[in-house]
Ligand binder design. Structure first.
Ligand SMILES: Nc1ncnc2c1ncn2[C@@H]1O[C@H](COP(=O)(O)OP(=O)(O)O)[C@@H](O)[C@H]1O
Ligand SMILES: [Mg+2]
Length: 343
């Protein structure tokens, strides 16, 4: 089988979170080789005409979609599946609508909230406009469209006394956070990641396998330092937080009911967002043991050191088996792509 690995076009001097897409492309290429498939790479840019021409010429049986941003913008991530839909080429991972919805953290939260899935209360600049009562409390200021903790550091978390103060901070951080911001109630508590993989059901329409839940620990964080997996914790190897936020799959018996609840909520996220292939749901759990969904990643990182890869390994899957499962799932969805009306 011929597989085109589609990834972000990044410059050699790009940020580490941007270069990560190339690390994933290398690993996927190697795994596809081990599985006996031929693979080629293609970097996606805003020149969609060129990409369409390349894809038509190369005629892949399937595209492995690793695109996380187009033209450096997270908000354009959905252009990759949209282009592949229009060319009727099967691809791994989420479809266009799910990719678009999950790339907006606030749109995702609206859908989760309306489906009864707990997500922390939040304010967009529009929601704060004309609000007279104070939106007091501790908030974290986040990007609507960017992922990988871009622009998230300790000073992203603080107390606000009024809606006006919160609105001013959202405006002040807009440029650093990819152009659109929102404030989310800060959940001071434990952090869990649940990785989801389309179940291995042959050609039949299948459900989802929840991989072992991972907890991110915050070790030796100084009093008052926000416990967050910010940009430094994820990408800056010379920082304290990079080395003090390990992932563990160990849990105590007392955590069993909590983990069962996280698994159940993650499965509901898969359903209400119509996810495909794989996904990772990021949670915080508050002091009363209540889980809250922060976000759903429809294109979770599968670099060797990533949470999804570790969870798959923990479930007994080799990296090549993971890649094969995703390709099989892409081909299972082929009929949906080539025959959208189902006729
Ligand atoms: N509402 C929140 N309460 C507590 N911590 C949060 C909250 N939102 C984000 N964080 C912290 O910031 C990290 C990144 O936020 P997240 O919403 O997962 O965005 P992304 O990973 O796409 O940058 C989380 O892993 C968590 O540590
Ligand atoms: Mg996250």
């Amino acid at each position: 089988m011929k597989v085109v690995i589609l990834h972000d076009e990044v410059r050699a001097d790009a940020r580490p979170d941007e270069l990560d897409t190339l690390v994933q492309a290398d690993c996927v290429a190697q795994a596809l080789g081990e599985l006996g498939h031929e693979s080629e790479r293609l970097g996606l840019t805003l020149n969609l005409e060129r990409a369409a021409r390349e894809l038509r010429d190369r005629k892949p049986d399937c595209v492995f979609n690793l695109v996380e941003s187009v033209g450096g913008q997270g908000r354009l991530i959905y252009l990759a599946p949209a282009l592949l839909d229009s060319l009727q080429i099967p691809y791994t991972g989420a479809g266009t609508e799910a990719m678009f919805v999950t790339s907006s953290k606030t749109l995702t939260k609206q859908i989760l909230a309306s489906s009864g899935i707990p997500t922390p209360p939040w304010f967009t600049p529009e929601m704060l406009q004309g609000r007279t009562e104070p939106a007091a409390g501790r908030y974290i200021i986040k990007s609507v469209w960017e992922e990988a903790s871009v622009g998230l550091e300790d000073d992203s978390v603080r107390e606000f006394g009024s809606a006006a103060e919160l609105a001013a901070e959202l405006a002040a951080r807009r440029d650093r956070l990819g152009g659109s911001t929102f404030a989310e109630c800060f959940i001071d508590g434990r952090e869990f990641n649940l990785s989801l993989l389309a179940a291995d059901g042959g050609t039949a329409s299948v459900g989802v396998q929840v991989l072992p839940p991972a907890e991110i620990q915050f070790i030796d964080f100084a009093e008052g330092k926000p416990r967050i997996v910010g940009y430094s914790a994820k990408w800056r190897e010379d920082t304290h937080e990079y080395h003090h936020t390990p992932r563990t799959f160990d849990s105590s018996d007392a955590d069993r009911p909590l983990l069962a609840e996280l698994i159940e909520i993650a499965q509901r996220c898969w359903q209400v967002l119509s996810l495909r292939g794989y996904a990772r749901v990021d949670f915080r759990v508050d002091g009363e043991n209540r889980p809250w969904v922060l976000e759903v990643n429809a294109n979770p990182c599968i670099a060797p050191d990533a949470g999804f890869t570790a969870a798959a390994e923990r479930a007994g899957l080799t990296f090549a088996q993971l890649v094969e499962r995703l390709v099989v799932d892409a081909l299972r969805n082929k009929n949906d792509v080539s025959d959208p009306a189902g006729v």
